[in-house]
Design a protein around this ligand. Structure first.
Ligand SMILES: [Zn+2]
Ligand SMILES: [Zn+2]
Length: 141
């Protein structure tokens, strides 16, 4: 078995990558825990905004963005300002590229996601990208 030394994408520590993972085991576990906390939070509080979730759970926005980039989570708004295609800049719900660019990329690269984190069920999230337009659970009228 070939083990490769890598720098963890999250904490930067050098670790032995066994399953072609880019994060070390403690970070992966932490990551998974955070992901589940986010999911639970969103089940209880649908229509939460990314910034609320981040504040409530003390998970950095950048981390949440990474979940979105990795396709674990999704933004419901079509026209969000939070996540955009890394190639052309079109707003996207999840992942790195818009459909067109993903289509193109599919021909050029093999997908680098091996999903080594166990179940990769993307939960559709009612994330809203604009913090100023607060959607409160209590109706305003
Ligand atoms: Zn780490
Ligand atoms: Zn694109």
């Amino acid at each position: 078995m070939v083990e490769e030394l890598r720098n963890c994408k999250i904490c930067g520590r050098l670790f032995r990558s066994i399953s072609d993972s880019s994060v070390c085991v403690p970070c992966m576990e932490q990551d998974e825990k955070n992901y589940h906390r986010i999911r639970e939070y969103l089940i209880e509080h649908p229509l939460s905004k990314i910034f609320e979730v981040s504040n409530e759970l003390s998970i950095p926005v950048s981390r949440i963005k990474r979940y979105l980039r990795e396709g674990w989570l999704e933004i419901v708004e079509k026209d969000n300002r939070f996540l955009d295609c890394e190639i052309c800049g079109t707003p996207i719900h999840s992942g790195k590229y818009c459909e067109q660019c993903a289509e193109k990329a599919r021909h050029e690269y093999k997908s680098s996601y091996s999903g080594g984190y166990g179940t990769k069920t993307a939960q559709k999230l009612n994330f809203h990208s604009r913090p100023e337009k607060a959607v409160k659970k209590v109706a305003s009228r």
